[in-house]
Design a protein around this ligand. Structure first.
Ligand code: NAD
Length: 430
């Protein structure tokens, strides 16, 4: 298996050219499961950002991209979708090596990403507005939809190709141009995507990708006056900083941030189905998932029995080498992330929750693996009930009534989602 692991060297795409950082700086990505270098990247700075923004600005202001007939843009986006599918195995390998996620799950994401490019291609032909002919005999109103302009996109490390594919093809479909900064630890597939877009016929400057630290280039990107919109997916703290930085030119801001998502299980539910969903919902992608079902709210009358079943099922989840097709939970992405999880687990213990399973680092030759963890006896005020852990840790709370369940479910600072598939397990409304 280790024979597949090679260190790849990447360059940034600026104005149609593949380039190193202006000052020659680089950084490396190490596989969190294998402890070997898997990627070498330019460490872009502000000079690189300036060139990327200038290219995107020119490509938007002077065309041809925004003026191109939608059908031609659609052809290019469809070619990108085909290229993603054709290269799905290799893209999945890059994602698994850089993020630590199981390669089988990475492959599913790659295929979903191709679907998004295809869907966006259909929208190239659907950019229409509204008309108003009831304003009086001498008045006629029209709403035209126009591309926003240059869009800056900043993405996180947990679903690298999928998240950029939720942004980029849609902006391109309507004629926007883009400067993209992927998360520094998982930049590989975004750069591969840029190669595919270029080969598919995307004009120079329409897509620019720069890799490097968020603080150094992400904040100036959010502040840049020649960027008309920022689309950011990442943590709530950084999202707040993006809003602050973006106020200079009052650019449009789109944020997708963290979550502390509840799964509610009532006594009358199909408990076998709920069990599958709860365990999948929290351990999928190692729990490094914005909509991870990281809180289980279970009705008190079935709590003891259901919690025992959750613990038994969690013990069977295969944790290990992301390249092994049998693995369902891979490595934790970074040491920082690992330490954050451990710190929150420790806080759970200190605040009096019952550690029912896991809670620590697994004893492996290489990498950073966290045992699937379950806490019972969690109170809504505890940090493990309120803060996003972003790891394979389930916090279980109990409730008596539906009203109490709703109150607990809503008692965190987050509002991203509920459940992972289904939020409320009951037969009451079946
Ligand atoms: P992060 O906020 O640390 O980083 C996200 C991106 O922002 C990275 O590209 C990073 O380099 C950049 N960045 C860092 N500091 C910056 C700064 N000061 N200014 C501008 N950019 C900066 O998040 P992460 O650790 O990569 O991802 C995990 C977080 O993302 C979790 O909170 C998760 O819930 C969230 N997330 C949300 C969604 C969603 O759709 N709501 C999806 C995936 C992840």
């Amino acid at each position: 298996m280790s024979t597949q692991i090679v260190a790849r060297t990447y360059q940034n795409l600026i104005d149609g050219r593949w380039v190193d950082a202006a000052d020659g700086r680089t950084f490396e990505r190490i596989s969190p499961a294998h402890d070997v270098v898997v990627g070498r990247y330019p460490s872009a700075g502000v000079a690189d950002l300036e060139r990327a923004v200038a290219a995107a600005r020119r490509a938007f202001d002077e065309g041809p991209w925004p003026m191109m007939p939608g059908v031609e843009r659609a052809r290019i986006l469809n070619r990108v979708a085909d290229a993603i599918r054709a290269d799905a195995d290799d893209l999945a390998l890059i994602e698994a090596l850089e993020s630590g996620k199981p390669v089988t799950q990475a492959r599913d994401e790659i295929v979903s990403s191709a679907d998004l490019w295809e869907y966006a291609a259909t929208l190239c032909r659907h950019t229409y507005g509204d008309t108003y002919n009831t304003l009086g005999s001498s008045m006629f109103g029209m709403v035209l939809r126009e591309p926003v302009g240059v869009v800056g996109m900043i993405t996180p490390w947990n679903f690298p190709l999928l998240i950029i594919s939720q942004k980029l093809p849609f902006a391109l479909a309507v004629g926007c141009t883009a400067v993209v900064k992927p998360a520094e630890i998982t930049s590989g597939t975004t750069l591969r995507l840029a190669q595919m877009a270029q080969a598919a016929g995307l004009p120079d400057g329409v897509l620019n990708v720069i890799t490097g630290p968020g603080r150094e280039i992400g904040t100036p990107m959010a502040a840049h006056n020649d960027i008309d919109m920022i689309s950011f997916t990442g943590s709530t703290d950084v999202g707040r900083r993006v809003i602050e930085a973006s106020s200079g030119n009052l650019k449009k801001v789109e944020l997708e941030l963290g979550g502390k998502n509840p799964q509610l299980v009532f006594a009358d539910a199909d408990l076998d189905a709920a069990l599958d969903a709860v365990v999948y919902g929290v351990y999928f992608n190692m729990g490094e998932c914005c909509n991870s079902g990281s809180r289980l709210l279970v009705q008190r009358s079935i709590a003891d029995e259901f919690i025992a079943r959750v613990v038994e099922r969690a013990k069977t989840v295969p944790v290990g080498d992301p390249l092994d097709p049998a693995t369902k939970v891979g490595a934790i992405a970074t040491d920082d992330q690992f330490n954050k999880i451990v710190e929150l687990v420790d806080s759970g213990r200190a605040e009096g929750a019952n550690l029912l399973l896991g809670g620590g680092r697994m004893d492996t030759e290489r990498g950073r693996f966290m045992a699937p963890t379950v806490f019972g006896g969690v109170a809504p005020t505890m940090r493990i009930a309120r803060e996003e852990i972003f790891g394979p840790v389930l916090s279980i709370l109990t409730f008596d009534t539906a009203q109490e369940a709703a109150h607990i479910a809503n008692s965190t600072p987050y509002g991203l989602s509920a459940g992972s598939g289904r939020a409320i397990w009951t037969r009451r409304w079946a």
